[in-house]
Design a binder for this molecule. Structure first.
Ligand SMILES: Cc1ncc(COP(=O)(O)O)c(C=O)c1O
Length: 365
């Protein structure tokens, strides 16, 4: 058996720990666990989405729709673009990353990522034989070092990833910096807006001026559908058409499709979800700032990055202590560009934040 070289050499992706793993490892009940590790939506899905899924369950013997035009139309309105500029993916935004690899990468091509950022870009594109070229996120000031991105561009660059708000640091990239990158290359610049709803900003207006811009988004965060695996891309029509050629036809399941459509129409839920998260983020930020031994970063997303080196513990030790008490946060040591002293805490409900802060206090004092 001969395994593809890129797969043989691949470092496995490390996701956040699941509730199931923790219950069995620490002998806890699922209801005792507070999961603040994967930037999910703590208030649950839209009740309309639940209803729509319940109504469709009986049709699961049928293949999904291949014509997603009503969902695409709804997304176009939500995003303020034309329907032809929308591509929907069925394994979340992660599937769109895979489709980007299929559409744009020949072995030996380069892509640029700033460090630290979401690790799945690198994980996915390496499989296609693409070579990562690393640029820098200035952690101290929580902003992109845009010059490091411009310096990394070469004739072999095919994709450039700019994550705003950046996972895991929570900082934003300015529109001016995004424009500088767009104007310096013919490569596709992927602006990952997975968390844009929490930030009050977006970059859709740039689509009309830049043919090489693709905006990546997801239903997993403010829309509360992480388990349904729905992502989408916004770009010029040519890019979208090429990507549709290679995207798996039925990857969006019937149930995901109806859940997505119902959520987009549930404006009350979307506003409640966004507002609750922003309020809770401020609450969590203020609570974390009370600990003199923690360095806490301002975030425009639904998580907060914390430097824990002054606690006398590294991130593995601290996350372990928290897990024993039923709290799961993200140990960031698997993020390239971060050392062993960073955790990322997802924003929970205010009640969950308070429980976490109390448990953290018990551990640190
Ligand atoms: C920055 C960023 N982009 C994309 C994704 C992928 O989201 P999805 O659940 O839609 O695959 C995530 C998931 O956490 C993320 O943090």
């Amino acid at each position: 058996m001969k395994i593809k070289k890129t797969v043989d050499e691949l470092d496995p992706y490390v996701p956040g720990r699941s509730i199931y793993e923790i219950t069995s490892e620490y002998n806890l009940k699922p209801e005792e666990i507070i999961k603040l590790s994967s930037n999910e939506n703590p208030i649950g899905p839209s009740p309309q989405a639940v209803k729509a899924v319940e109504n469709s369950i009986k049709d699961m013997n049928r293949y999904p729709e291949s014509d997603l035009s009503d969902l695409i139309q709804e997304l176009a309105v939500y995003s303020n673009v034309k329907s032809e500029q929308v591509l929907v993916g069925g394994d979340g935004a992660d599937e769109i990353l895979d489709v980007l690899g299929k559409t744009f990468i020949e072995p030996g091509d380069e892509f640029i990522v700033h460090l630290p950022t979401y690790m799945y870009y690198e994980f996915t594109l390496r499989i296609y034989g693409a070579i990562p070229v690393f640029a820098r996120w200035d952690i101290e000031n929580n902003q992109l070092d845009v010059d490091s991105v411009l310096a990394a561009i070469s004739p072999r660059t095919r994709l450039i990833f700019l994550c705003t708000p950046n996972n895991p640091t929570g900082g934003l990239i300015t529109k001016e910096d995004i424009q500088r990158v767009l104007e310096s290359t013919e490569a596709v610049v992927v602006v990952d807006e997975a968390y844009f709803e929490f930030s009050g900003t977006d970059n859709v207006d740039l689509l009309k001026d830049y043919e090489n811009l693709l905006i990546l988004r997801t239903f997993s965060k403010v829309m509360g559908l992480a388990g349904m695996r729905i992502g989408y891309a916004l770009a010029n029509e040519d890019i979208i058409q090429y990507m549709y050629r290679v995207k798996p036809v039925f990857s969006l399941t019937k149930l995901s499709y109806v859940a997505a459509l119902a959520t987009l129409k549930d404006h009350e839920y979307l506003e409640r979800s966004r507002a609750a998260s922003v309020e809770s983020r401020e609450h969590l930020y203020q609570g974390l700032k009370e600990f003199p031994m923690l360095k806490v970063f301002r975030s425009y997303a639904n998580y907060i990055l914390v430097d824990v080196r002054e606690t006398g513990m590294n991130s593995a030790q601290l996350t372990e202590e928290l897990m024993k008490m039923g709290v799961i946060v993200r140990n960031c040591s698997s993020f390239r560009g971060l050392d062993d002293y960073w955790i990322r805490v997802s924003v929970g409900t205010i009640k969950e934040d308070d429980l976490f802060l109390k448990i953290l206090k018990d551990i640190l004092e």
